[in-house]
Design a protein around this ligand. Structure first.
Ligand SMILES: [Zn+2]
Ligand SMILES: [Zn+2]
Length: 357
């Protein structure tokens, strides 16, 4: 990073977006689902494990220091519950890593010579002491680098103590098996970062492992995960209702953005539906073209409807007829309509029977 870029990153970090309106390189708000929420909380494994043996490459989501500054500012006033997202993210990552560790252990169990429980316990003791030495050495180096010479010396004294214990443990282990077996490198899987550690690894190598970026990165991620879990469960207890509401809202937007392919699929479904619609439209058009048939059917329907109406009307007229028998004029009129309607209905009946098959 050039000095200029470094200065720029520092300013982003300090001031957030909006400075001269030109530093938000992705042109998004920090609430955008494309922004990495773990990054906003400074715990994205893609960053933490960068340039280690387990470098994950670039995060598929957006990382921008200016957005983190925006988020940090905004979260002073409002809880965005991004710790829930980050927790899920880290939990998935750690689960995957632990799965790999178990796999590596099984592989070792399959390939390494099986030891009796007694010998295995002795071997484990050597491994544990070796790990202690490695961790302590790494710690001493860090303390020395930070200028804490006195603390560093004290830690080195502890290392000496562990070394004595380790050589005793090694002696016991060696005495419990033939020399040829002892020469074999016995591997063990690091529970933190799933790397292989050998019983014959020297202190330097162990210190490099336990003080190395990979192992420490995993410690950071695991600690952060525990932190997030605690914060989330505390919040859940405190404001269940509120959280659920906000989380549901978030979940909706997350679902919307769940995966590009999902959206792509639904889009192609839509396209297919559109094609279907246009096809049925053309069918409609076709129907319109063969109007004569459908008009006929419509006419028929109309007839049937009018038939029942007319039946009703004719009953009514009959009643009226009886009532108004004395009135000559009306009598004549109803008679006329009655007969007309009867004629109509007979023709309808004929037509109806023709079609009712
Ligand atoms: Zn990320
Ligand atoms: Zn490790």
């Amino acid at each position: 990073m050039s000095a200029h870029e470094q200065m720029r990153a520092m300013l982003d970090q300090l001031m957030g977006t909006g400075r001269d309106g030109e530093n938000n390189k992705f042109k998004v708000h920090f609430t955008d689902p494309r922004v990495c929420k773990s990054f906003l909380l400074a715990c994205c494994p893609h960053d933490i494990l960068a340039a280690t043996r387990m470098d994950l490459g670039e995060c598929p989501k957006l990382h921008d220091l200016a957005l983190r500054a925006d988020f940090e500012n905004a979260s002073l006033k409002k809880d965005y519950f991004y710790d829930v997202d980050a927790m899920e993210h880290l939990q998935n990552f750690i689960n995957e890593c632990d799965r790999r560790t178990e796999q590596a252990k099984r592989r070792l169990a399959d390939t390494q010579e099986e030891l009796s429980a007694e010998v295995a316990a002795k071997l484990n003791k050597v491994h544990e002491l070796a790990e202690q030495i490695g961790k302590k050495l790494a710690q001493a180096e860090k303390q020395g680098a930070e200028g804490n010479v006195e603390e560093s010396m004290k830690t080195l004294e502890e290392v000496e103590e562990f070394r004595k214990q380790k050589s005793m443990a090694e002696q016991e282990y060696r005495n419990s098996m033939p020399a040829s077996s002892y020469q074999q490198q016995k591997l063990r899987v690091c529970e933190v970062c799933s790397a292989y550690l050998g019983i014959h690894d020297n202190d330097r190598r162990l210190a490099d492992h336990f003080g190395g970026k990979l192992h420490l990165g995993f410690i950071t991620i695991r600690e952060k995960l525990e932190e997030l879990k605690a914060a989330v469960s505390e919040k859940r207890q405190k404001g269940r209702m509120e959280r659920d509401r906000d989380y549901a809202k978030d979940e909706r937007s997350r679902e919307w953005n769940r995966s590009f392919s999902e959206r792509e699929r639904s889009r192609s479904r839509e396209r297919a539906a559109r094609r279907h619609r246009s096809r049925s439209n053309s069918r409609n058009r076709h129907r319109h073209r063969s109007r004569s048939r459908s008009t006929e059917r419509r006419k028929h329907k109309h007839h049937r409807r009018s038939r029942s109406k007319e039946r009703h009307r004719s009953r009514e007229t009959e009643r009226r007829h009886r009532r108004d028998r004395s009135r000559e004029k009306s009598k004549e009129k109803t008679k006329r309509s009655d007969s007309r309607e009867r004629r109509h209905s007979t023709s309808n009946d004929k037509e109806g029977s023709n079609h009712e098959d």
